[in-house]
Every structure is written in structure tokens, then in C-alpha cells.
Design a protein around this ligand. Structure first.
Ligand code: NAD
Length: 573
């Protein structure tokens, strides 16, 4: 039997694997000549967690173990764990008396240390051989697809209140996909090379940006934390990552996963704490090279203003990438069928408590179809199970925190009082144990009723019923009602109606669905992002996004340089 000499005598780590190989940069050591292709990416299969499956048993064990542990989460700067003693608690949203852990918060000093650590790691990491950098993330993907899967899923379920299925598509499959596809796309980017005429060799070098990338990530997808910090790093950049306060546990495990996969110290620096303080320190730093943000529109706008106000102070023009809010729609044509619309509303609006940027939150239904849809939709909404994610029979869990609970319930209270709207399903809530809000449907009498326009980011669907003859006018309403343009769906059997919707709603959504719910974009299949107030539409997980994290250098080499300045046209006749 052949035994790889590299592994002889190496200790087995706590997850039963071998420690990841240590990376040496190309400046220190060149191991081989060749351009090994990245293994072709395929989307990670989604496990079912049905009764009797191995994954279900493993996940339950991990949920129990994590529920019985209180994790102390440090800052991780330059590979060092730093505990400032200034801490906040991490709780289960569905049982807020249960503390899952604490995290340490950075002060100005630690924020400065993170920038220095990123600067220190920059040269070696950005000159590390590409296949070694890719290897870290491909190894992380396989560790996550295997022995780390349930650790990340359980942390996401407990810390962010997700069902097993919602966690699986996020903290397992989407992270794996982000890493595998980014490696594949980066290889293609590096392969984009200019033409060379005879005697000249032209080359494109895709340099990492000069300075650090600031990755700022939201609570609602563990995968966004992994992607926003990880993929700029894959391109050779070094990163300061500020995770969301309420996704700290799963995000910390993402960092540990990357360390396990061999990510060198200082490449991604994990800095939790006061978002305003960290942001004001980092966005005004001379070495700030770009921000990779996902979150609300107002916060992103404030970033852009700060950067604009500071524009003369940076070494380079910073890259600004932000995916922000949404007011995602379902527009139904009279030719549509009732059952697919009902399912799209239930899944699109209420899965993960409507806390997906892509969640359907306004629907436009023709009167002829509404008479058959209303009863079954209300009945099904009222039947949805809600509770602790450790009880796998629940379809929904709690919203993320008190602030979200208060905001969402204000819209419900407002609709109850309004004479322009009616709460026709759900509408009740209870925060005594966890932040639970029943899935709610508001029927709006006016298409510009407030819940048809604002991003509520909770389990609230607003429906406007239109007269069948008003299809064209309704499409214009969909386009003009909200400043956002993230996702949207049309349901119709009439091909002409679908064409018309595609045309009128050309700029109303960056991800557009025909006869499907507007959530659940898959990396490599439906690159994700929106325009208008929904962001810069750089399409997370695609080549378009990755291109933002490199700065190309065009290199021309002339094999036999000219030795005379004169041109032939200058010769005497
Ligand atoms: P958020 O804007 O509150 O927070 C996002 C990040 O910004 C967090 O890390 C947070 O700590 C930080 N932040 C918050 N306030 C800040 C401030 N004043 N200064 C500096 N940093 C600050 O968003 P969230 O509640 O975590 O996530 C929900 C929002 O994210 C929704 O608007 C949703 O639509 C959006 N989102 C968009 C996408 C997309 O792809 N378009 C994906 C997921 C979430």
C-alpha cells in the first residue's frame, strides 16, 4: 500500500482528520511546475434529515451537545485569540433565557491590531501559489460537507433559530458551494489573458487589492459570513471580518473551520463588537481597500457616505460591494394555477420567518383567482407549525431578536388598527420564551399601504387583490411601489403575460422567477443580487463578484526591443 510520506507521524485532530498542511508562499518554495485544474464544482447535495437517516441522528447529538455548552468566543487577530473581557451574551432566539455563549468585543486598540495583522499577512498570502490558496477553501468545503457539517448546522439552528432544512441549505450546502464555485471562477478569471502579437508576450496579472478588505455580514445566513470574508481571501486579499452580533456562534465556527483547513494567521481577522466603532475606524483607514457588505440599505448608505467623505485619504479607490434590502414580490396573472401560487406564498414568505432578503413580502393576485386562493391560503397559514428548531416537526421558529420582534409586531398592530388593511391570517405574537410571531397575512385595500412598501423582514405577507383587467397597470405598480429591486416572481400559464412581466419588470428584480417562489437561489445556478436600493448587484458567488477583489496589471514583454527611435515613414523618398 502506498502511504503518503507527508502524513506519516502527523497527529489526528479533534475531528478525526489530519491537520491541514502548512502553507509556504511561492517566494519561499516552489513545489511543482504545472497548472492543476480546479476540480469541477458541483452543488452540494441537500440532505433530507428525514426520520431514520444518519444525518438526523448526528444532528440531534450535536444539537444536544451545543445546547449544553456555553462557548466563550474571542476576537481572532493574526491567529491569536484575544479576550477583552468586554462581552455580550449569545442567546437562543426561540428560548432567550438560554445562553449559548459570550463574545468578546474589540476596542480601538484591537481594531488597530486587526488592520496591522491583515497588513502583515498580506505579502506572503497574496504571493502564495494559487493552488495552495484554493486548496485551503476546497479543503474547508470538504470538511464542511463531511465531519464539520452538523457543527455548523447545529450552531445555525440554535443561534439563528433555523429549522434543520433551512440550516442545511445555508450553513452546509451554500458555504460548500460558495467555496467550490469561487475556486472554479477564480481559475477562470486568472485564465482571462490578452492576445499577444508576434514578438510580444502580453499577460494579465490579477493582483490582490492593496490594503485590507472589510467584510461586514448580516445575521440571516451563515453562508454570507463565509462568502464575504472567504472569497476575497481566496483571491489573495487579507480581511477584517465583522460578523453580525446575532450570528456570532455559527460565524465563529466558520473561522475555526477555515483555520482547520489551513488558513494562515492574519488572512481573516475576526473582530466582533460595536458595529459603529469598528466601521468608523476601518472605513477611514488609509489601508482600507474595499468593503464587502450585506445587510440593510440604510447601513450600506451610511458606509458609502463615510467612504465618499474620506475619498482623498485612501491609497486606492476602495471597492464598494453591498447587497442590501428587498421588498420582494409575487405577481399572479389570471392564467396562473392556484396551488403553485399558494405554495410559493407559504414557502416564499414564511420559511425562516420571512428573514431572507429574498423573502416574498407582497403579492398581487387577480380577483378571479383570489376567490379560490383565499380560503386555502389562510387555512394553510394557520396550520403552520412554529416553535423550537430542536423539535423537527416545526416549519418555523423565532425571529432573531427583540428589536426585530418589536419592529415586525408594530406593522401587525398598525394593520389591525388601519381601515386600509385587514389582518386575515396570523397576527398574534408572544415573546415570553422566544421571539415568536405567527405567520401573518395582511390584505391591503390600497397598493401603497405601508406594509406593501416597507421591508419588514419578518413573517408578514401583504396581498393586494386587483381587477383581472388591470394586469398591465398592476405590473407598473409592482415596478414603482418600492425602492428595492432584489427578487420577484411571476405566476402565469399565458406566455404573452410572462413576456410582458419580464419586460415591464426588467429593472424591478435582480433575480426573477417564473412560476417559482422568489427565494432559494443556488450558487452557480442563479447568481444572487439586486439593483436600485437592493445593492450594487455584484452577484454573490459569481465571477462578477470575484472580479471586484482583484486589480489587474497588464504586462507587456517585448522579446527583441527596438534599437532605433526612427520610423520607416520618416525615411527620404
Ligand atoms: P443590518 O444592516 O442590521 O446589519 C448588517 C451588518 O451591518 C451587521 O454586521 C451589523 O452589525 C452591521 N451594522 C449594523 N448597523 C451598523 C452601523 N450603524 N454601522 C456599521 N455597521 C452596522 O442587517 P441585518 O439585520 O443583519 O440583516 C438584515 C438585512 O440584510 C435586511 O435588510 C436584508 O434584506 C439584508 N440582506 C440582504 C441580502 C442580499 O443579498 N441583498 C442578503 C441577506 C440580508
Amino acid at each position: 500500500m502506498f502511504i503518503c510520506p507527508f502524513f506519516i507521524g502527523r497527529a489526528v485532530n479533534e475531528y478525526g482528520g489530519l491537520p491541514a498542511p502548512k502553507i509556504h508562499s511561492s517566494t519561499q518554495m516552489t513545489l511543482m511546475n504545472g497548472a492543476p485544474p480546479i476540480p469541477p464544482p458541483v452543488n452540494e447535495p441537500i440532505l433530507t434529515y428525514a426520520p431514520g437517516t444518519l444525518e438526523r441522528a448526528e444532528l440531534k447529538i450535536e444539537l444536544e451537545a451545543q445546547s449544553a455548552t456555553v462557548v466563550d468566543i474571542p476576537l481572532v487577530i493574526g491567529g491569536e485569540e484575544i479576550r477583552t473581557g468586554n462581552t455580550s451574551n449569545i442567546v437562543m432566539p426561540h428560548l432567550h433565557s438560554h445562553i449559548l455563549g459570550t463574545f468578546h468585543k474589540a476596542g480601538k486598540e484591537e481594531i488597530g491590531q486587526a488592520v496591522s495583522a491583515a497588513a502583515e499577512a498580506h505579502h506572503e498570502w497574496s504571493t502564495t501559489r494559487w493552488e495552495d490558496r484554493a486548496g485551503v477553501f476546497l479543503r474547508a468545503a470538504d470538511l464542511l460537507a463531511g465531519p464539520w457539517r452538523q457543527k455548523l448546522n447545529a450552531a445555525t439552528m440554535l443561534g439563528q433559530s433555523k429549522t434543520a432544512f433551512q440550516a442545511e441549505i445555508d450553513s452546509a450546502c451554500e458555504i460548500v458551494d460558495f467555496f467550490r464555485f469561487a475556486a472554479h471562477f477564480t481559475e477562470r478569471i486568472y485564465g482571462m489573458q490578452p492576445l499577444s502579437e508576434r514578438g510580444v508576450w502580453n499577460r494579465a496579472e490579477y493582483r490582490a487589492l492593496e490594503g485590507f478588505i472589510y467584510a461586514v455580514t448580516p445575521f440571516n445566513f451563515t453562508a454570507i459570513g463565509a462568502n464575504l470574508s472567504g472569497t476575497p481571501a481566496m483571491m489573495g486579499n487579507t480581511v477584517v471580518w465583522k460578523p453580525g452580533r446575532t450570528s456570532m456562534l455559527s460565524n465563529y465556527y466558520v473561522l475555526k473551520l477555515l483555520e482547520e483547513a489551513g488558513l494562515p494567521a492574519g488572512v481573516i481577522n475576526f473582530v466582533a463588537g460595536d458595529a459603529g466603532l469598528i466601521t468608523s475606524e476601518l472605513l477611514t483607514h488609509k489601508e482600507f481597500a474595499g468593503v464587502h457588505f450585506t445587510g440593510s440599505t440604510a447601513v450600506f448608505n451610511s458606509f458609502w457616505k463615510t467612504i465618499g467623505g474620506n475619498i482623498g485619504e485612501y491609497r486606492s479607490y476602495p471597492r464598494i460591494v453591498g447587497e442590501t434590502g428587498g421588498k420582494d414580490f409575487i405577481v399572479v396573472h389570471p392564467s396562473a394555477e392556484v396551488l403553485p401560487v399558494k405554495t410559493a406564498i407559504i414557502r416564499g414568505a414564511f420559511e425562516y420567518q420571512g428573514q431572507k432578503c429574498s423573502a416574498a413580502s407582497r403579492a398581487y393576485v387577480p380577483r378571479s383567482l383570489w376567490k379560490d386562493l383565499e380560503g386555502p391560503l389562510i387555512e394553510e397559514t394557520e396550520s403552520l407549525t412554529m416553535g423550537d428548531p430542536r423539535d423537527f416537526t416545526n416549519f418555523m421558529n423565532a425571529v432573531i431578536d427583540q428589536k426585530a420582534y418589536d419592529k415586525i409586531t408594530r406593522y401587525i398592530d398598525e394593520a389591525r388598527k388601519s381601515n386600509e388593511a385587514e389582518v386575515i391570517a396570523g397576527g398574534t405574537y408572544d415573546d415570553s420564551e422566544g421571539w415568536f410571531i405567527r405567520p401573518t397575512i395582511i390584505r391591503a385595500d390600497k397598493p401603497d399601504y405601508i406594509s406593501m412598501c416597507d421591508e419588514i423582514f419578518g413573517p408578514v405577507m401583504s396581498i393586494f387583490v386587483y381587477d383581472d383587467g388591470d394586469w398591465a397597470e398592476t405590473l407598473r405598480l409592482v415596478d414603482s411601489t418600492s425602492p428595492y429591486a432584489l427578487t420577484g416572481a411571476v405566476f402565469a400559464k399565458d406566455i404573452g403575460a410572462i413576456r410582458e412581466a419580464l419586460d415591464t419588470l426588467k429593472n424591478s428584480a435582480g433575480n426573477f422567477y417564473i412560476n417559482d417562489k422568489p427565494t432559494g437561489a443556488v450558487v452557480g445556478q442563479q447568481p444572487f443580487g439586486g439593483g436600485r436600493a437592493s445593492g450594487t448587484n455584484d452577484k454573490a458567488g459569481s465571477m462578477m463578484n470575484l472580479l471586484r477583489w482583484v486589480s489587474a496589471r497588464s504586462i507587456k514583454e517585448t522579446f527583441v526591443p527596438a534599437v532605433d527611435y526612427r520610423y520607416p515613414f520618416m525615411d527620404e523618398e
